[in-house]
Design a protein around this ligand. Sequence first.
Ligand code: 16G
Ligand code: ZN
Length: 536
Amino acid sequence: NEQIIAASKKHPIVPLDEGKAYKYGTAGFRMRADFLEGVSFRVGLLSALRSRKLNSQAIGVMITASHNPAADNGIKIVDPMGEMLEQEWEAYSTKLVNCSTDQELADTYTALAEQFKIDLSSPAKVVYGRDTRPSGHTLVGALADALDATGTKYVDYKILTTPQLHYLVRCTNTENTPLSYGEISEAGYYKKLSEAFIRALAGSKVQGTLTVDCANGVGGPKLSEFLKYVPQDVCPFDVKVVNDAVHRPEVLNLDSGADFVKTKQRAPPSPAPVLDARCCSFDGDADRLIYYYTDSKTGFFMLDGDRIATLAASFIGDLVRAAGLQEELRTGVVQTAYANGASTQYIEEHLRLPVVCTSTGVKHLHHAACNFDIGVYFEANGHGTVVFSPDALRAFKEKEPQSPAQKEALDSLAALGDLINQTVGDALSDMLMVEVILAHKAWTLKEWSTTYSDLPNRLVRVEVGNKDLFQATDAERRLSHPPGAQDEIDEAVKKYTKGRSFARASGTENACRVYAEAATRVEADELANKVAAIVR
Ligand code: 16G
Ligand code: ZN
């Protein structure tokens, strides 16, 4: 305890304004970086406890603020299989971070250890990485001091994308087991992906050039590194990496990246859009992906998370049938209330697959997707992946094919199982999946975009005094509080053809968000404004 107190003095916590507390939110602790040094130290203490609680398995810590401005940063804890921290422990980390003195911190740490019967002399391990933000350097220093003070072994993987860190955590904890996930190194990640990419293409050729906007974040250098692992003679893959100025931290996420494209509904101004070019954007830590193109007649067209989900579900659904596994394996799609109603209808009626709706936040979607043998999940904002159950992966490898076509389908499914990051949404891995599917179907983005037509929709951010007054149920599709609000919303929605609208409190800022869709642009806007007025 002396050691913890002495080390903590070097990384004091910044007191917040009266009545405010730090909170482990949807994406961990996230705010202006100057507040986070003490937080990072305390997250180190918590990760050490969590590792010891889970039989010395490695815990991951990722330092990133994703698509937020360069001056922000954030800290997230990753559980042993590469999944998000268990929810109950979010509360313990919030508790530890909000201790007001070093003594209270040390006492709370000891109390948690006692509560969970943790042997503080057993081994513990933490692995961590950070994005390209300059503040990350100080934050990992504070983290390492906490790990030293608690006798925890650690590996500093330096600069990584968020999904790479998730990958490394899973590899570390499955080494030399039947669940082994890959070589425990950044190079191992590239090798696994490039090898699976070639296998999944199975001779199909990627057409034309793909332009990848990397938001001037960590995805740029990592994508360039990955490309060195793709032998151009075997597998021609023409990628133009743009917005990769990581040496200029002030331009991170500036007028670029997946969040910019999704919220502004337009291509990044730089480089100047090229007509009909196949483009995609990563976000600042490369866990979100959005595709788009600009047509000479119809202008900008975006293929967001909903489109990626439908593309993946349609392709994988066909493969499962071709492999004769449709009776054995349950395939389904998980969305949030933000998914365009047209995409949901397309999946249910055209692809004939079940759709589950969950609350916003990757942990909710991921969890629900794991209830299927093949679970496709994407948020409309471009974060998502496809998860395969152990039964599914076994079937791909062990089922005896009865025909060459069936063998081909089984091999493709096995390759996708290796290509698609099983731990979390991964822009690089998802991009390779999309490229594989487009290559197999010989589709351009235009052909992909004609599978269904989106309902016009509008998202409004509403400033409210206290967003906690707004409580939602039914996967955030209905308000239970304040009383009466939902009845008013229902009244408004009834008046519109194909109308759908909901309001929910943001999990990341003090505001409410209103989403509305309807048969026409004018109606969607009108409905959004009406519901915003009800909430305001
Ligand atoms: C976080 C979530 C993201 C979600 C967003 C919603 C993770 C890793 N990230 O960024 O999935 O879409 O919050 O923000 O879970 P909101 O609650 O402010 O609308
Ligand atoms: Zn991100």
